[in-house]
Design a protein around this ligand. Structure first.
Ligand code: SF4
Length: 408
């Protein structure tokens, strides 16, 4: 057995050290984790092997983490909300309890079955905004294609727990045709998000068929893809994949890093491959209790993201979805984090804190209060250090002020 510190976990290999690949450089994760898997590096670096060897059951989890003290409830939780953890992501686990962020985001917990009554399976009302199966149309200029119900890893905090992993399938040809017909007949849709599940779990020909079909609609200006594979399955970002994607520009990718421990040489290299294909990357973090609801952790995450050329885009308040109550934080905590970041890191590294309002009311951005007073002739503001300043309004007012403007 050899300690292969490329992932920080124990990846036992059959090969002599000289043949092991690229992985002895996880600077912030020198310590070996409890994950055990004996596999040649060549397989380890193959995304298909990673997918085939996901941890899908509690007995498998115990096999890979012999030291794990497993509650008997976990089988029940996993039967309600499926589990899948790639060997790569499992190898990032350092402690076998919820004090470990990767463990907490990937291993089922009994708390998932303790729901207050105001939670629902579909708090954003997506099912009601599906003009055709597999397409959510919530905003006039945007639509979301649910390309698959499969993900490489089933995040315990997922907002689509009702579909992710329920049965691992993807949209068929007739479903795709109906989706494309709808987009074609709705020219107000300029921006199509291909999501799921995780579309990068699909074979490349199926993925290309979906992207090419959407791109064939002249009124679609941009395509965005939502994927967590750079975080949980970075091996998926192959040169074959990026060569295919770059044919369909303008194309953007949003990924989902939640904690700095997810920033590894492998995930950084995956993001670099995407950026090098000319695809801008954004990141959507979910604010999670006990995982990243700490200003210093969020600062480290945001700084790490921009170092990888990934723009922190949204910081989401956890949705009111069944099975995630134990991850929810008070709104106040998100505002405290935003207050902490502003003035400390570049605006480029600061995401927009949003609540995706229940009942399909859309995203509402939340900011600390920077306007102290608003008068016709001046507005009193305060900066990140709480210094107050008066900003004089233009003497001529503005036409939008109407008849009560100072000029009128
Ligand atoms: S990758 Fe996205 S869709 Fe899949 S389980 Fe995680 S949050 Fe949900």
């Amino acid at each position: 057995m050899q300690d292969n510190s490329r992932t920080g976990g124990i990846v036992e290999t059959d090969e002599p050290p000289g043949e092991r690949l690229n992985i002895s450089t996880v600077s912030h994760q020198k310590k070996t984790g409890p994950y055990i898997h004996r596999v040649p590096s060549q397989l380890w670096n193959d995304w298909r092997w990673q997918m085939l060897n996901r941890i899908r059951s509690i007995p498998e989890l115990l096999k890979r983490f012999p030291g794990l003290n497993c509650s008997s409830d976990l089988e029940r939780v996993a039967s309600v909300y499926p589990m899948a953890i790639t060997p790569y992501y499992a190898s990032l686990i350092r402690r076998l309890d919820t004090s470990d962020p990767v463990f907490a985001m990937s291993v089922p917990q009994p708390a998932e079955l303790c729901d207050p009554p105001f939670l629902s399976p579909d708090p954003l009302g997506e099912e009601k905004k599906m003009p055709v199966p597999g397409l959510v149309h919530r905003y006039p200029d945007r639509a979301l294609v649910m390309a698959t119900t499969m993900c490489a890893m089933y995040c315990r905090h997922c907002t689509r727990k009702r579909v992710a992993g329920s049965k691992e399938s993807f949209i068929g040809a007739s479903e795709l045709a109906r989706i494309v017909d709808y987009i074609r007949s709705t020219p107000a849709i300029k921006d199509v998000i291909i999501s799921g599940g995780d579309p990068f779990t699909l074979p490349i020909d199926i993925l290309e068929r979906i992207i090419a079909s959407v791109r064939s609609v002249p009124s679609v200006e941009i395509i965005r893809i939502g994927t967590r594979t750079p975080v949980v399955l970075p091996q998926r970002i192959t040169s074959e994949l990026t060569a295919m994607l770059r044919k369909y520009h303008p194309l953007w990718i949003n990924t989902h890093f939640n904690h700095p421990v997810e920033i590894t040489p492998e995930s950084a290299a995956a993001c670099a491959r995407i950026s090098d294909a000319g695809i801008p990357m954004g990141n959507q973090t979910v604010l999670l209790r006990g995982i990243n609801d700490d200003p210093a952790i969020m600062e480290e995450l945001c700084r790490g993201l921009v170092r990888m050329r990934v723009r922190p885009y949204y910081l989401f308040q956890c949705d009111l979805v069944k099975g995630v109550e134990h991850f929810r934080t008070p709104l106040r905590r998100g505002l405290e984090i935003m207050e902490y970041l502003r003035g400390r890191v570049s605006g480029l590294a600061i995401p927009t804190f949003v609540v995706d309002a229940p009942g399909g009311a859309g995203k509402i951005p939340l900011l600390p209060r920077y306007i102290v007073d608003h008068q016709p002739t001046f507005t009193e503001l305060r900066n990140a250090e709480h210094r107050r300043v008066q900003y004089p309004e233009p003497a001529t007012g503005h036409p939008s002020d109407g008849p009560h403007s100072p000029e009128a």
